[in-house]
Design a binder for this molecule. Structure first.
Ligand SMILES: NC(=O)c1ccc[n+]([C@@H]2O[C@H](COP(=O)([O-])OP(=O)(O)OC[C@H]3O[C@@H](n4cnc5c(N)ncnc54)[C@H](O)[C@@H]3O)[C@@H](O)[C@H]2O)c1
Ligand SMILES: N[C@H](C(=O)O)[C@H](O)COP(=O)(O)O
Length: 364
């Protein structure tokens, strides 16, 4: 009998492939690999329809079995509604428990309907609450369409525009700073800034932000990856790390002074390096994590070495959150062609962290 806490998967944008990849893993029997209950948030009607489509398309051998729990998610007391009785699954044939998060309107594969974006945000809210009160061991997020939430005028807690799971969970958790890290077999890349327009990045590269990012990476590499003395390489912001100040001064004035504080404290970390040479095999072979200054400095390099086998995780949260590396792939929803490997890797990492991590141990 499974006694461990569940892993919760949010399927995200209903018109995308979030439900498809869950159903594919269920069909392959891979949701049982973790020896934990798997809970999934999705619209129950859309999930059934998607399963039927994928069976018809020959993607699934048969329609997986699951148990649906109907919650009044608008009532805000859904945690109380989730009595153990409703969630205990005595039928081992069920691949997962579906927490029904109803859409406002019927889902059409591949077609974004912003009236369904409230339900996408509600999934994140449910996930945050279940992880915060330790009802689930970890959150594993499927892809959402950021533009749909923005067009639906869904805001973050501080009233700013929705920009991603990372920022959503950070604000819900009351944290000032978390770190987006993507990891695959080839490398781990953490980012100082996340979903920011390129023109806004230089202003966000300040000493506090760099210092907090480095500290969170060190702490979580120790706590979540078991590396007591992680070796970290840091990219500069400018070409050639500023070329001695001729191509920008952020390295000299902001980044290196902070990095030297860590070096002086005995941390195995570089000063700012030119990103183009940092991401070469010789350097990558000798480091545990790279810190890049912005999203498209680090992530394209990482994804070119394993899109589909990469996990996105948020460091610095009070709970474990991992995610797929891909987006909504509207072109593939309900048709076949979607790979579920990233979801599987994200579940594996969440499960390993939940097994090892101090985060889920009861507070004493
Ligand atoms: N975790 C997340 O929530 C997340 C991550 C990345 C992008 N997004 C969002 O997704 C939306 C679409 O972004 P995009 O078009 O740049 O990226 P995308 O990943 O949705 O698609 C890029 C290409 O990769 C293919 N692809 C994606 N996932 C695949 C899979 N599992 N198997 C096979 N092929 C796959 C797609 O068919 C497409 O050709 C955007 O709104 C973006 O913000 C969300
Ligand atoms: N940068 C992320 C990626 O490439 O996977 C993606 O935008 C998702 O970000 P969130 O996890 O914050 O939604």
């Amino acid at each position: 009998m499974q006694t461990k806490l569940p892993l919760l998967i949010t399927t995200g944008e209903p018109a995308g492939i979030g439900m498809d990849v869950v159903l594919i893993l269920a069909d392959e029997g891979k949701l049982q690999d973790f020896n934990r209950p798997i809970w999934v948030t999705a619209d129950s009607t859309a999930m059934q329809k998607r399963a039927d489509m994928l069976v018809k398309a020959g993607v699934l051998q048969s329609c997986p079995l699951w148990k649906t729990v109907h919650l009044d998610i608008v009532a805000n007391n859904f945690l109380e509604q989730m009595s153990q009785q409703t969630l205990d699954d005595h039928n081992n044939d069920n691949a997962f428990i579906l927490l029904n998060t109803p859409c406002a309107e019927p889902v059409v594969c591949g077609q974004i309907n912003i009236r369904n974006s409230v339900m996408v945000a509600k999934q994140l809210d449910i996930a945050h609450q279940l992880a915060s009160n330790k009802t689930v061991a970890a959150i594993v997020t499927g892809p959402l369409q950021k533009s749909a939430l923005i067009d639906a005028e869904i805001k973050l807690l501080d009233g700013t525009m929705f920009s991603g799971h990372t920022e959503f969970f950070m604000q819900q958790s009351g944290r000032d700073k978390v770190v987006m890290m993507l990891a695959n077999q080839a490398m781990k890349v953490a980012l100082v800034t996340t979903h920011l327009a390129l023109k806004d990045i230089p202003a966000a590269i300040n000493a506090d932000n760099v210092r907090q990012t480095v500290q969170i990476v060190i702490d979580d590499m120790r706590e979540k990856f078991g590396l007591t003395q992680p070796r970290i390489l840091v990219c500069g912001l400018n070409p050639h790390a500023g070329e001695g100040g001729h191509l920008g001064v952020e390295e000299i004035e902001i980044i290196n002074p902070v990095l030297r504080e860590f070096i002086d404290a005995g941390v195995d970390i570089s000063e700012a390096m030119p990103a183009d040479t940092l991401f070469t095999p010789r350097h990558l072979a000798n480091c545990d994590a790279v810190i890049a200054m912005y999203h498209d400095q680090g992530l394209p390099v990482l994804k070119s070495h394993g899109f589909g086998d990469t996990v996105n995780l948020t460091l610095g949260l009070p709970y474990i959150r991992t995610s797929v590396d891909h987006g909504t792939a509207l072109d593939l929803a309900g048709r076949g062609g979607a790979s579920a490997t990233s979801l599987y890797q994200a579940l594996l990492m969440a499960n390993e962290m939940a097994d090892k991590s101090l985060i889920n141990r009861p507070l004493v």
